[in-house]
Write a protein that binds this ligand. Structure first.
Ligand code: SF4
Length: 443
């Protein structure tokens, strides 16, 4: 429409010829200079785009059995659909790699569900598709989640040969009674054996997950669990509080009074004891629930907390890519069908406005020990003053500290993080409202 109008107007009122003596606005030299400058700018843009590294998550929604507390999208008893799923996920990987052409992937995370239950042959095929389809960084962090009962030496050796350099193992407890109480399909002996095999296969970056607050778990047992995990020398440890998700078998047992769980004070004691113990053992806390030996944080998970881009493939997988956040349908059959027949598989999607990014910056970064600072926050063109006022208030209570110009919560602050972050977001909102009211009155 716009182009047509311009064309019509230039035809109806032709421009008078320029006087002969007038110098052309751009001579050949100037044109070449402009061209070179433009080429340089395009190259820099392309370089910048390639330098923005991408995280890739692949969801394997199969488990041997369903744990009593689990509300992740994972399925037990669906092994006959594994091959069909592999085909669908392969198609999704190729499609995404084409869309992300030129973007370098620096972290790959195969999670679940239980990826090690997917089988050596399928995992091998899957990893080959990833390595062939995406441009991978030389310094790639490649993690595969495993459950102890499905770890075998051939499997881990194969993963290692294909470039996997990090295993995240679902240990959860060192007490068989605790594992049994929540339906975990393994024993502690199997955890020890799995770690032995992982090390034998030369994987030198191992993460163990532990849960505190399991039914049957006393403080003494929790201490034994942490000590047992430390004795396995993992590079990384994740400590999660048991959360009671509505509708899970554990939630039903609790409702029926068949199980008693630790209260908030008991959970807090366990958390704070573990934070001190891990510090004494040489582990750095870098996020509310995550600890590592120096130089071994999960680079993939840091992307989530830093608000960096990642794409997730598979049913229920989430992505934050190209300014848009979206998730795929949490249904195995709908996902397979969608991928193979071209039907839509996106369940939800939204463009994230700048104001929401500013909220997320506070919510996600305050989960980490890296924390927040006024300089980074200035990109949202909002005032850091009301946020800092809250942080000073928290510092007086021992819940936050400022180090090297950055603010972060202390372990005691992490325990209250939901409430503290809520206060900070309220202060941010109030400041935004104040300024919009001022601008309204001034306009
Ligand atoms: S193994 Fe993990 S994903 Fe599977 S049911 Fe248990 S907690 Fe859920």
């Amino acid at each position: 429409m716009f182009g047509r109008k311009t064309y019509q107007s230039s035809r109806s009122s032709p421009q008078p010829p320029k006087p002969r003596h007038q110098k052309p606005v751009l001579d050949l030299k100037t044109v070449r200079r402009h061209q070179k400058r433009e080429e340089k700018r395009i190259k820099e843009l392309e370089k910048g785009l390639k330098e923005q590294r991408l995280g890739l998550y692949l969801h394997i929604p199969f488990c041997k059995s369903k744990c009593a507390y689990c509300d992740f999208y994972s399925l037990a008893g669906h092994e006959p659909r594994m091959d069909a799923y592999l085909n669908a996920l392969t198609a999704n990987i190729r499609e995404m790699a084409t869309a992300a052409a030129g973007r370098m992937v620096d972290t790959v995370y195969i999670g679940g569900g239980t990826p090690s239950f997917f089988g050596e042959k399928r995992l091998k095929a899957l990893i080959k598709v990833v390595t062939k389809s995406f441009v991978l960084d030389k310094d790639l962090e490649f993690t595969v989640e495993c459950n102890p009962e499905s770890v075998t030496l051939p499997l881990i050796k194969t993963l290692y040969k294909l470039g996997v350099n990090r295993i995240s193992l679902g240990m959860q407890s060192a007490q068989d009674a605790e594992l049994k109480a929540v339906g975990r399909p393994h024993t502690f002996e199997q955890v020890q054996k799995a770690v032995e095999l992982i090390r034998k296969a030369k994987i030198d970056n191992l993460s163990l997950d532990l849960i505190y607050g399991l039914p049957e778990q006393s403080m003494e047992h929790w201490k034994q669990n942490v000590e047992a995990a430390l004795a396995l020398y993992p590079e990384h440890l994740s400590l999660y509080a048991l959360t009671l998700e509505e509708g899970t078998p554990l939630w039903k047992s609790k409702e029926a009074g068949r199980v008693t769980l630790a209260n908030d004070d008991e959970l807090a004691d366990r958390y704070l004891w573990a934070v001190d113990r891990l510090k004494a053992a040489g582990y750095e806390q870098y996020e509310i629930s995550n600890f590592c030996r120096p130089g071994h944080p999960s680079r993939h998970n840091l992307k989530y907390w830093r608000g960096e881009e990642y794409v997730g493939l598979g049913p229920a997988a989430h992505s934050d890519y190209g300014g848009c956040r979206y998730s795929y349908v949490p249904n195995l059959e709908a996902y397979i069908d969608g991928m193979m027949s071209g039907k839509p598989i996106v369940e939800e999607s939204e463009q994230i406005p700048e104001k929401e990014r500013a909220r997320e910056y506070l919510m996600l970064r305050l989960r980490t020990v890296e924390g927040i600072c006024s300089q980074e926050y200035s990109r949202f063109r909002m005032s850091f003053v009301p946020i800092e006022e809250q942080l000073h208030r928290f510092a007086a209570e021992g819940w936050a500290v400022q180090e090297g110009g950055r603010w972060h919560f202390t372990p005691k602050g992490f325990l209250l993080s939901n409430t503290l972050i809520g206060s900070i977001l309220d202060a941010q909102e109030a400041d935004m409202m104040k300024h919009s009211a001022v601008s309204l009155r001034n306009s």
